[in-house]
Design a binder for this molecule. Sequence first.
Ligand code: ADP
Ligand code: MG
Length: 399
Amino acid sequence: MIQGLSALNPAGKRVLLRCDLNVPLKDGGDGRRVIADDGRIRASLPTIQELLAVGVSLVIIAHLGRPKGEARGELSLEPVAKRLAELLGQEVIFSPEITGSTVLEKINRLEIGQVLLLENIRFSPAETSKDDQARLEFAKQLAMYGDLFVSDGFGAVHRKHASVFELAHLLPHAAGKLIAAEVAVLDKLTQSPERPYGVVLGGAKVSDKIGVISNLLDKVDVLVIGGGMLFTFLAAQGKEIGKSLFEVESVDLVKELLARAEKIGVRVLLPSDIWVAPAFANDSPSLVSVDQIPSNQMGLDIGPESARAFASAIRECATVFWNGPMGVFEFPNFASGTRSVAQALSEVSGLSVVGGGDSAAAVRAMGFSDSDFGYISTGGGASLEYLEGKELPGLIALR
Ligand code: ADP
Ligand code: MG
């Protein structure tokens, strides 16, 4: 059992809160990087607001991207602090320092009701260090910033990082509302999903998703495959895939999965038509049959016939989990497959769950709102690893 917020008695305390504020960024036009989708900031609000309502001072820890232990200006959390302040309707003090006397003084001056956000915690190499002792020492420094620890950064719980794992061992702790909500939804998807149950996977890499397919195969009725990963499936079936994405090292596993699916009667839906182009760009799309991908072209989206077939299979499901865009939705010419799948998910009358950072950003950019789906998970890798049946360090630490 993971303890929830109610177990903590935080009133009057200084609470150290791990959030997932790892938002996708885009070019703001003037060379600046701006927030492309603030979904993860919004998803962090319920816990922040509940804690503030109880009467605490808050020190928030979060990361952005993969700075690999170096301070990199373009991955600063400062714009996130601004956006968080707007959404909360109150000041968020930003601390460019993560450790040292300046930040400790700032934190000691915090009053009940005040919020401070530390700079990108991954600017410190110890946060993600493979050395257990280095992470523990760093966590001990962080533990000085609070009386209690609330862990709510679901998107990072699959990482054995100092602010996710070690910190929970050093302070009285609980899970925040986001983690509780994510775990409840993912449990529904793994334990007793209403049937028919469909899993729709796309995105770039098969190797990221193969564990999920393997763990869920016995539970699903239909498995729908699109995105860059579909070409490794086509290759496994002996088809020509031209210059499309291909992971040769996954072919054997894919063959095994396809054989297992056939044996246990799980329907695997692959596209019948594909949008291809000569290069990875928004130019010169042409539509071909899946059996006629030219050797000098690459597949960048599923075709309209496939999109219709995918959509109708999805609409028939009572439970659907979708992770990974169907095509390179960042290019407008190759976004239609992803849009059709998103539309179909929004029409599911049972539980529809969208997982994955790019997938969530894609559906919001296409004008869908969170209420069009049963749930939009903030976790990419974390949700996938949960669905794979793995034990996640950040959740183990909260038990
Ligand atoms: P998520 O973040 O939702 O888990 P992934 O990170 O696995 O999704 O994959 C998202 C990326 O996959 C997108 O940037 C998209 O452009 C890319 N992608 C989808 N289809 C293709 C394709 N056919 N070829 C190359 N890349 C693709
Ligand atoms: Mg992604």
